[in-house]
Design a protein. Structure first.
Length: 253
């Protein structure tokens, strides 16, 4: 058997509606009270959820300008060496030659000084005469007034040549002529120890001032002058080292 559906009665429905309306009124009052207690937000506030983010301003860069003058830096001296530092190495020493047992070279022989005056190596010369003059100098001599020398032919002492001293070129002899190669002590005798040598003693035993010409002559052919002539000036003061009493003249062909 089928039961019929029963609907609630009207008073019951109204009762429930009244209760629901009371609850709804209380909730509305509560919402209004909460809204009044919240802080107000400016009208131009932006919802962060919907608004687009603003770009952040870039920091401005201030250029660095150096000062007009650089800062002065006080010079600093290098620190003194630490006592623990090693000393600098000594400077290099020159190498010493090795000592050998070889004997030293023998000393060179020195020429023995003679009274014949300065010596030169005779060399052939060219002049208009057969014999050319080679003047070797003059020195003081307190005991004599002398002219001496040698006669050379191709660098070899030559004997038999007559040498003369006179007051002028080509003039007569002041003293006896001297033949080269003879003895100075015995003028007429050859001396094998002095080849080509001649010795003309103007004043024996004393100095004398004067002008003298010395030259070679060819006696067999009329005492013709066959060499250049050399002028010699002697002084009377033998103690002045610059004076002349002993001259040296050679004749070379």
């Amino acid at each position: 058997m089928t039961r019929s559906l029963r609907f609630p009665r009207l008073p019951t429905i109204l009762f429930f509606l009244a209760i629901f309306g009371a609850l709804l009124a209380c909730r509305t009052i509560d919402l209004i009270t909460n809204v009044s207690n919240e802080p107000r937000i400016a009208s131009n506030a932006v919802d962060h959820a919907t608004a687009s983010p603003r770009p952040r301003p870039r920091p401005s860069l201030t250029p660095f300008l150096p000062s007009q003058q650089p800062p002065e830096i006080a010079p600093t001296e290098p620190p003194p060496p630490s006592p623990t530092d090693p000393p600098p190495p000594p400077p290099p020493q020159p190498q010493q030659p090795e000592v050998t047992d070889a004997p030293p070279p023998p000393p060179r022989p020195q020429p023995t000084p003679t009274d014949s005056g300065p010596t030169v190596t005779p060399e052939p010369t060219r002049c208009p005469k057969t014999y050319c003059v080679v003047y070797r100098g003059c020195q003081p001599d307190a005991g004599n007034t002398v002219i001496e020398g040698y006669v050379y032919k191709n660098g070899v002492p030559e004997n038999g040549v007559t040498v003369r001293v006179a007051l002028e070129q080509g003039a007569y002899p002041l003293v006896d002529d001297f033949v080269s190669g003879n003895s100075a002590i015995n003028p007429g005798q050859p001396d094998p120890n002095t080849p080509g040598h001649y010795f003309l003693q103007i004043v024996p035993g004393a100095p004398r001032e004067g002008n003298w010409w010395v030259f070679a002559v060819d006696v067999p052919n009329g005492t013709k002058q066959i060499s250049e002539a050399q002028l010699i000036h002697t002084h009377d003061d033998p103690f002045n080292p610059g004076n002349c009493q002993h001259a040296f003249v050679d004749f070379v062909r």
